[in-house]
Design a protein around this ligand. Structure first.
Ligand SMILES: [Zn+2]
Ligand SMILES: [Zn+2]
Length: 136
């Protein structure tokens, strides 16, 4: 049994099998706008490991080569995938039925974090992606 989740209203449900990887709390402007929240927590799975089990999500091509899928009824952000990593898909941790099942291992786009958000963890804080180095 994989990780199960879905949107707030229940119209869209999914199951993610396989081992999650690259769990992160993303502070980028796009995640903030898409969710209306200070940051979005994500985990990745192989794209063929994610299966929609109820309904089908709406799509937003949020930037070139990038597609965000969300519930077209209630608006919950569900997945992100980009042309740069066609075999992976990112899933919002907090759409999981048990969001404690996957914990972020780092912060991404920390350079875009809202200044009033203070998180008392000791996780690495990357300027943008993990390849861009860490904030001091
Ligand atoms: Zn919904
Ligand atoms: Zn982001």
């Amino acid at each position: 049994m994989g990780l199960q989740g879905g949107c707030m209203c229940g119209a869209v449900r999914y199951e993610a099998s396989g081992d999650p990887f690259n769990a992160t709390l993303c502070h980028c402007v796009d995640c903030r706008r898409a969710s209306g929240a200070p940051a979005l927590a994500w985990f990745s799975v192989r794209r063929d490991a994610l299966r929609w089990t109820r309904g089908s999500p709406a799509r937003n091509a949020s930037s070139p080569g990038v597609e965000r899928l969300f519930c077209g009824r209630c608006g919950t952000q569900l997945t992100w995938h980009g042309a740069d990593a066609p075999d992976e898909i990112d899933v919002t941790i907090c759409s999981l039925d048990e969001p404690d099942a996957v914990a972020p291992a780092d912060h991404t786009f920390a350079s875009q974090q809202v200044r009033w958000l203070h998180l008392a963890d000791a996780l690495p804080r990357y300027v943008r992606t993990r390849s861009n180095g860490q904030l001091c």
